[in-house]
Write a protein that binds this ligand. Structure first.
Ligand code: TRP
Length: 335
């Protein structure tokens, strides 16, 4: 008889900026289909984390819905994955309070993201900003998560999450699974179009393609993309000496479904101009259905609501089990 193997669980928290980039798409979103069959995946749009810096309420709400719509439009299947808003699953805040009591001031003071954000928002260094990593630990630990896909910038937070879990388990027995970072098998790091030595980032919008950008803006950004200053002027994959060209080849390869050898042949004897135009057009065509589907979803409020309500219900069911166990262990009376 075939044995049912328990899938490993992945938890990912996504900031509701509503402004996802081509880097996010190639690096993460397009892999949903691969992940959803192999793992049990939860995607939480972390609207409570977003509040650690001041938000305009109407814009925050819009950004939350836009982020969810982009996820769905990129191919995330809400029947196979749990997608929900963090604030709609009260167990996150409840567990975060308890974990606050198992986290030391000194640990939080060492967090580099806290130091950076405190410097950037010097007029609003609130307690939520300080305990941000504790809420993140609660997000992860509530679901007995095996794996957390994270970039370099979140590594320290995940390490703290593991420390908190181990500390708690040390006192009360095995309550939490201690999560590991998830490193994608097909790692793609998309670089800025106008500064190929740094990662594509919202903070430099001319080098960054947003998934909802208009086609004319996308074409312009690619037309102005930095290639390389070498004299060869030919399309060849050589990330060390030609990082700009290599980045464009990676983007073109994933947008048009071509290998590097095919791309080199296609542009053999042509200059960078024709190549950049082709990359721009391939990206426009790749993103067109995502943009259109996002807009369609945003207009269908009833459907979106049905997705996030069902997501919150499923998440809350799993989270509730962990939280009840925690209440019992620490001596609170379960509801
Ligand atoms: N802090 C993460 C970020 O800024 C977002 C996040 C919140 C997260 N909770 C999480 C990521 C849990 C992974 C797991 O990107």
């Amino acid at each position: 008889m075939e044995q049912q193997v328990q899938k490993k669980r992945i938890f990912s928290g996504i900031q509701p900026t509503g402004n996802l980039t081509l880097g996010n798409y190639i690096g993460a979103l397009r892999n949903f289909n691969l992940l959803q069959d192999e793992y049990d995946c939860l995607y939480s749009i972390v609207d409570m984390h977003a509040m650690t810096v001041r938000q305009n309420p109407a814009e925050l709400r819009k950004a939350c819905l836009r982020t969810m719509s982009i996820f769905l439009a990129s191919g995330l299947d809400p029947r196979k994955n749990i997608i929900y808003f963090q604030s709609q699953v009260p167990q996150h805040a409840e567990l975060a309070w308890i974990l606050n009591c198992f986290t030391y001031m000194g640990e939080l003071q060492r967090m580099t993201q806290f130091k950076d954000k405190a410097a950037k928002h010097a007029d609003n260094i609130n307690a939520g900003l300080f305990t941000y990593p504790v809420l993140m630990a609660a997000d992860i630990l509530l679901y007995q998560t095996d794996l957390v896909p994270i970039g370099e910038d979140q590594r320290q937070h995940l390490e703290l999450c593991r420390d908190i879990a181990n500390r708690f388990n040390g006192v009360y027995g095995d309550v939490f699974k201690v999560p590991e970072p998830y490193i994608a098998k097909v790692g793609a790091r998309i670089m800025s179009l106008n500064a190929p030595e740094s990662k594509m980032s919202k903070s430099s919008p001319e080098g960054c393609v947003f998934l909802l950008d208009r086609p004319e803006d996308i074409l312009r950004k690619f037309k102005r993309a930095i290639t390389d200053s070498d004299t060869e002027r030919c399309v060849r994959y050589d990330p060390e000496h030609k990082p700009g060209v290599a980045n464009l080849m990676q983007i073109y390869g994933s947008a048009a479904g071509k290998t590097y050898a095919e791309i080199e042949r296609e542009f053999d004897g042509q200059g960078y101009g024709a190549f950049k135009a082709a990359v721009g057009e391939a990206v426009v065509e790749k993103l067109r259905p995502i943009r259109e589907e996002t807009e369609r979803l945003l207009a269908d409020k009833a459907y979106l609501e049905s997705v996030y309500r069902a997501g919150a219900e499923k998440a809350s069911y799993i989270a509730g089990k962990t939280l009840r166990k925690v209440y019992k262990k620490v001596g609170l009376l379960a509801k």
